[in-house]
Each structure stands twice: as structure tokens, then as C-alpha cells.
Design a protein around this ligand. Structure first.
Ligand code: BGC
Length: 739
């Protein structure tokens, strides 16, 4: 029998011998199943089913397996797991409780590196690219698309929704997250989660919390003032949870203020559950559980990714701890109940997922290619456009494309979130070939798409390995387009500078041709020491499986760039709060909530490209800025007009400024608008009152100080075009306040 086989293989720790398959005698007579009634609330249904469950059954729900064989630990994935998947929690057929089939992650349906066969799926642009769209509607649709692929692939849990704040642009996983501002990150990631969960699929939000670097991620200790955390990293989670209502929160590997995140009572019991009223379940990252009693009592509900933990802490050890009264029986009810609640709430009982073929129908993938291309177009950020070198026009006859494997494909980020494309890796056999590799290039070559946009042009590709040859080719061309890449991934951090002589290559090409355009495919911000010498600069991030077409559409003006930076681009490492490379052990975030642009503002320092910045092929003007107190916060109105010659999308940004804050200003609201030339629209925004407040530890509440606040309207955090003042009365918001 399958389960037995699995148990036997994982057996060194007989603890796994939870009686998953053997139902009690009473099981023979199926009880009436009121919990199957979808008209009842998730609360009522949870209570009803819990009342019928044996302890063994509850224990079954709180322990999950890796879904892929893992030879280093002689682990064989349960036969019922989806092949090559991230995780699996067995079903309880006696009660009609479905299994949980779990897949990574934020850009689409991933396959684990160790899997023999990979599913070809649609990859969205990176999470950071989606944040750069500043368009929650688009993020929702993107989420709905990958959620539908997850469901069609046989999954009902998607380990998506990364919202760790970008404290250090060198964090190797920044590409999975939403940037440096809590409002932007929380809004965008929350919208994506809501989109995913518009399918009968639970989404997570992760990695909770302060898991802001990959160096020593398994044991490192993030040291942060809890008050500062409330208005930075935790606020990003709070916003994402309020907007997305994820069924699950994944706690992270690291320690937070000396205690592992997955057994941290402050993070789990206090902030998440008590203060924010989170009703879903907390799952551990794969290998992030370190105890039984401490973790269960601190608020961890589900240990996942066996065999990555040292012991199956929530297997037999939990059963024994409950027997001894070290973990209250009621706590097991709460753990299983939280999981069931999320399953009920997200339709997992009503629309059971079924096993699916490795391949999806072509028509579906074609439509999804359109969705991801839109995301890539709207998230790419035009950072420079000297002399309107872009968009390229039909008069450009000779084009040279240089480097970045632009003749083959576009780069993706590495690690568990890697989605394998239909068609396979366009640049195979680059090291590392195994996890967090392979270094993946999606087979959607910018060069091919450029050729389609400029059918008559003399188009050449040089690989850029020979700098002199690249410069010589550039000298003879009307325009030179250099593709520069930086691979980032899970489990390592990256330098801020481009590697492999790419800076020198760009300098050489720019020296040979003033009409040099650089296209960056990077996980996050990088140094751009040559930016003063190139005419054009487009940050395309990791643009997903239709990324090559998106880049060509942007270069040729078929799509108008509308992405804005979700994170500041530094001029130098010295500008960062912690210039030294990420270290092992304690990482003290002395900058507190002064993250990203707030840091630059507080220091009076100018980044290379500021948060919120992004150019368009048209221009926008603002008028009629007015702000007034309303409902205990500030309501802002203004008009946006497209003053240029082509249709385009603007990202209007409202910042607020008050006394005694961590920085001169905070992002208070934003709106993306799509306008025809000459058209205008009126925007009304309301500032979340917590963005006008500071967290008061003593009273455990948000306090808005009485006084005058400035409201600033801008095209970026550094291009403020209008300021008005508003007087606010004192206001106290309870810690659990939500809009
Ligand atoms: C990652 C998670 C991921 C999990 C399952 C871990 O290594 O940190 O983000 O969901 O693996 O693949």
C-alpha cells in the first residue's frame, strides 16, 4: 500500500508512523457530513468536521511531505504527490477532506529541480517586475492566470506571494518580492494573492518575516526594533494579508530577534494571529521547523517539506507532546482548524482538484502568453531615453544586438520558484546546472522579436564576449542594443555590480556608438556606472516566458513603457544602510523602518534612479491637487493629463510627510491611469491612516499626532510637482484596525 511504502522509506524516524491510512473502526460508517454544505460558513464547517476527527486525522493535516524524491536523505516522495512538486499533505477520505497538493510559486507553476520531468508552464515576469507595474488590477489578473494553471496542473495550494521588503538590493530573492515600500509591495502582492485564490487554490504569503537576505538564511538572525518592524516589513505583510486574504502564511528560515521565525510567539501568536486577526494557517518553510513544543505553542500550524527538517517534529513527537500535555489538545484543534478553515474558504472541498497531465493544452498557453507579455510590458522601466532614441523607428536600418544571449531567450531567476517553460532552456548547460540552477533562459528571444518588428533592417547579433568586436559592430550600426544580465536566485545573495565584464562591454559599445540602448535583465537594482554614456536604458527585470516579445514591443513603441521603479537604484554600495556584504549570524537592521527611498531621503543622498521613477513615450501633467481630512485620514484629489502624442499609462504617486517619522516622507497612495493623447482623468485617493501614524508600543496602537501634514504629488519619489497641507486631529487606531 502506497502510504506504507512511503512510511517505510522515511522510516529512520519511525515518528512518521502516524496512522495516516488506518481509519478508526467508526470510519466504516460514514458520518453525516454537514461540513460538505458550502452554504455554511467556513467557521461552522470547520467546527463540524473537527468534531468528527480523530487525533490521528488532525495530526495528518499538520504534517506535509516534499513532493519530489530527495536522494541525499534517501527520501522517496509519496506516490500520491504530484510528480516533481513542492509538497503534499495526505487526504482524509473518511471525512471527504482532500489532499493538499502544493506547488511553487510567485511567477507560475514551478517544477522542483530534482524532478525527472518538468512541466512546461507560463512564467510571469518576476514579482519585482509585477510590482513595477504599480497596477493591482494587472497583478490580480496575473495571479488569476497562474492560479488557473496551478489548478489545471493538479494543485490546490500555491506557495506564492513573496512580500519580504527590499532592505538590501543584493538579496538574491528580491526578484520574488515586491520592492522596498510596504504600501506598494503589500498592495501588489496582495492583489496577486487574491487573483490566485480566485481559483479553488490556497495561496500563501511568505517568508514571514524579516527574511531579507539569503546569506546564512537557514540560521541567520535578523535583529530589528519591533516597533520599526511594524511600519516596515510587517506592514508589507499586513497590507498583503488584508488585500489578498491568503489562506496561509509561510514562516521563514531565519531567527528574528533571537528566535526562529517558525517558533516565534511574537511573530505568530501575537502579531499575526492576535493583532491582525489572521484566520488561516501558518506553514513552515521547507526545513524551517526546529522544534515540536515551542513551534506548536508559538503558533506554527503545519510542518512542511519533510524530510528537510532534522526531525518530523509535527509527526510522532507532536503526538507524544500532546499526550504529555506539553502541547494542549486544544492547540491541535486550532492547528487543524486553521488549515481546514482555509480549505473551506477557498473552495477546496467544492471543486476538488484532479491529477493532471504534465502538458497543458496549447490554446490555454497561447492565451496565457498574452497575459504574461502584458505584465512584462507594463513592468519594464524606461530609465533613460536621451534624444528620444526610443522608440526605434522604421528609419533605423542597421541594428546590432549585443550580448545577454538575446539571440536565444530571456533570463529567469533561480531556486524553488523556477518555472520551466514549454520548449526547454534556451541556453542549456551553464553552471550551476542543479538547484538553485539551472540558469534558465526562456526560449523567447528578443532578437527574433526585434527581427519581426524591423523586417527590412540589417540586423546583426554579436555575443559580446569580444568587447572590441562588439564596439566595431556598434560603430557601423544606426543603433546598438546591449543586453546585460544578472542571474539571482534562492540561497545566495548577489553583488550590486554586473559581472563578467558587462560594464566594460557597455562602456566600449557606448564609446563606439552614441545611440546605444541598454536592456537590463536583472533580479533587482544593479549599479549603472555607464548610465551617463548610453542614450537608452530599459530595465526589463526577469520578463517571463513572453519576455523577448515584450522587450521588442517596448523598443519599437508597440507598447509604451509604463513601469516605475519599486526600488531605488543606488549609485554605489557605499550608499546602502549596510555597505558591507550580507553576513552570517546577526544582521542588525539599525535603519529600522528607514528602508529604500526613505533611507536616501533621510540621508539627503541621491540614488542613481529613485523609487517611483520611470519614463514613457508620452508625458503627463498634474493639476488641481487638493487634500482634505476625511474619515480620520486624508483624501487627495488631482487630475492627470496625457500631454504627449501617444497613448500611455501614468503612475501618479502621492507621498505624505509628517513630523517625527523615520523619514521625510512615505508613499501614501498611487494610481495607474491609461490615457489617450490629450485626455485627462480625475483621481481620488485615500491615505491609509496607518501611513500617517507611528506605532506606539506602550499602548499597542497606531497614533496619528495632531498637526499639519504635507501631501506631495509626484512622478517619482524625487520628482514632486505639487504640495498641499492638511491639518489632522489626533487619532488612535487599535492594533487590529483594518480598512
Ligand atoms: C523556499 C520556499 C519554497 C519551498 C518549497 C524553500 O526552499 O524558501 O519559498 O516555497 O522551498 O519549494
Amino acid at each position: 500500500m502506497k502510504i506504507r511504502r512511503h512510511r517505510a522509506l522515511a522510516a529512520p524516524l519511525g515518528a512518521l508512523a502516524l496512522c495516516l491510512a488506518t481509519a478508526p473502526a467508526s470510519a466504516q460508517t460514514a458520518p453525516a457530513r454537514p461540513w460538505m454544505n458550502a452554504k455554511l460558513s467556513p467557521d461552522v464547517r470547520t467546527k463540524a468536521v473537527l468534531a468528527q476527527m480523530t487525533e490521528e486525522e488532525k495530526l495528518t493535516l499538520v504534517f506535509g511531505y516534499f513532493g519530489t524524491d530527495f536522494p541525499p536523505k534517501t527520501f522517496k516522495a509519496p506516490a500520491e504527490a504530484r510528480p516533481g512538486s513542492a509538497g503534499y499533505v495526505p487526504a482524509i477520505p473518511r471525512l471527504g477532506i482532500p489532499a493538499q497538493w502544493q506547488t511553487d510559486a510567485g511567477v507560475g507553476v514551478a517544477t522542483q529541480g530534482g524532478a525527472e520531468r518538468k512541466r512546461g508552464r507560463t512564467a510571469l515576469p518576476s514579482g519585482l517586475a509585477t510590482a513595477a507595474t504599480w497596477d493591482p488590477t494587472l497583478a490580480y489578473r496575473s495571479g488569476a492566470m497562474i492560479g488557473s494553471e496551478a489548478y489545471a496542473s493538479g494543485f490546490n495550494v500555491m506557495l506564492a506571494g513573496g512580500v519580504n521588503l527590499m532592505r538590501d538590493p543584493r538579496n538574491g530573492r528580491n526578484f520574488e518580492y515586491g520592492g522596498e515600500d510596504p504600501l506598494l509591495a503589500g498592495t501588489m502582492v496582495g492583489a496577486q494573492i487574491a487573483g490566485i485564490q480566485s481559483n479553488p487554490v490556497i495561496s500563501t504569503v511568505k517568508h514571514y518575516a524579516i527574511n531579507d537576505q539569503e546569506t546564512d538564511r537557514d540560521t541567520g538572525n535578523s535583529v530589528i526594533d519591533p516597533v520599526a518592524a511594524r511600519s516596515s516589513d510587517l506592514l508589507a505583510f499586513q497590507f498583503a494579508i488584508e488585500r489578498g486574504n491568503p489562506g496561509s502564511v509561510m514562516c521563514s528560515y531565519n531567527h528574528v530577534n533571537g528566535i526562529y521565525a517558525c517558533e516565534n510567539p511574537w511573530l505568530l501568536n501575537e502579531v499575526l494571529r492576535k493583532d491582525w486577526g489572521f484566520k488561516g494557517f501558518v506553514m513552515s518553510d521547507w526545513g524551517a521547523t526546529h522544534s515540536t513544543v515551542a513551534a506548536a505553542n508559538a503558533g506554527l500550524d503545519q510542518e512542511l517539506g519533510w524530510p528537510f527538517d532534522k526531525e518530523p517534529f509535527f509527526g510522532a513527537p507532536l503526538k507524544s507532546a500532546i499526550g504529555k500535555g506539553e502541547v494542549p489538545r486544544a492547540r491541535l484543534d486550532a492547528m487543524a482548524g486553521a488549515i481546514l478553515h482555509a480549505m473551506f474558504e477557498n473552495g477546496l472541498f467544492e471543486k476538488p482538484v484532479t491529477a493532471a497531465p504534465m502538458d497543458l493544452p496549447k490554446e490555454i498557453l497561447e492565451f496565457h502568453a498574452w497575459v504574461t507579455r502584458r505584465g512584462a510590458e507594463d513592468g519594464a522601466v524606461l530609465l533613460k531615453n536621451e534624444g528620444a532614441v526610443l522608440p526605434l523607428t522604421p528609419s533605423v536600418r542597421k541594428i546590432v544586438v549585443i550580448g545577454g544571449h538575446a539571440d536565444k531567450g530571456v533570463l529567469a531567476g533561480g531556486g524553488s520558484s523556477l518555472v520551466y517553460p514549454v520548449g526547454g532552456n534556451a541556453v542549456p548547460n551553464t553552471e550551476p546546472k542543479t538547484w538553485p540552477g539551472p540558469i534558465m533562459y526562456y526560449p523567447n528571444a528578443p532578437l527574433d522579436a526585434i527581427r519581426r518588428e524591423a523586417p527590412g533592417a540589417d540586423l546583426r547579433f554579436v555575443d559580446g564576449k569580444d568587447r572590441a568586436a562588439a564596439a566595431a559592430a556598434a560603430r557601423q550600426a544606426d543603433v546598438a542594443i546591449v543586453f546585460a544580465t544578472q542571474w539571482a536566485g534562492e540561497s545566495f545573495d548577489v553583488p550590486l555590480a554586473l559581472a563578467d565584464g558587462q560594464d566594460a562591454l557597455i562602456e566600449a559599445v557606448a564609446g563606439a556608438n552614441p545611440k546605444t540602448v541598454v536592456v537590463l535583465e536583472t533580479g533587482g537594482p544593479v549599479l549603472t556606472p555607464w548610465s551617463g554614456k548610453v542614450a537608452g536604458l530599459l530595465e526589463a527585470w526577469y520578463p517571463g516566458t513572453a519576455g523577448g516579445e515584450a522587450i521588442a514591443n517596448l523598443l519599437f513603441g508597440k507598447a509604451n513603457p509604463s513601469g516605475h521603479l519599486p526600488a531605488s537604484f543606488p549609485r554605489s554600495v557605499a550608499q546602502l544602510p549596510k555597505p558591507a556584504e550580507p553576513n552570517a549570524g546577526d544582521t542588525t537592521y539599525a535603519e529600522g523602518a528607514t528602508v529604500g527611498y526613505k533611507w536616501y531621503d533621510a540621508k539627503g543622498d541621491a540614488p542613481a534612479f529613485p523609487f517611483g521613477y520611470g519614463l514613457s513615450y508620452t508625458s503627463f501633467a498634474y493639476s488641481g491637487l487638493a487634500a482634505k481630512p476625511a474619515g480620520g485620514t486624508i483624501s487627495v484629489t488631482f487630475s492627470v493629463r496625457n500631454t504627449g502624442a501617444v497613448r500611455g499609462k501614468d503612475v501618479a504617486q502621492v507621498y505624505v510627510s509628517g513630523a517625527g517619522w523615520e523619514a521625510p516622507k512615505r508613499l501614501g497612495g498611487f494610481q495607474k491611469v491609461n490615457l489617450a493623447p490629450g485626455a485627462s482623468t480625475k483621481v481620488t485617493l485615500s491615505v491609509d491612516p496607518r501611513l500617517l501614524a507611528t506605532f506606539d508600543k506602550a499602548s499597542k496602537s497606531w497614533k496619528i499626532a495632531p498637526g499639519t501634514y504635507k501631501v506631495l504629488l509626484g512622478h517619482s519619489s524625487r520628482d514632486i510637482v505639487g504640495t498641499v497641507s492638511v491639518k489632522l486631529a489626533a487619532r488612535t487606531l487599535p492594533v487590529g484596525w483594518r480598512p
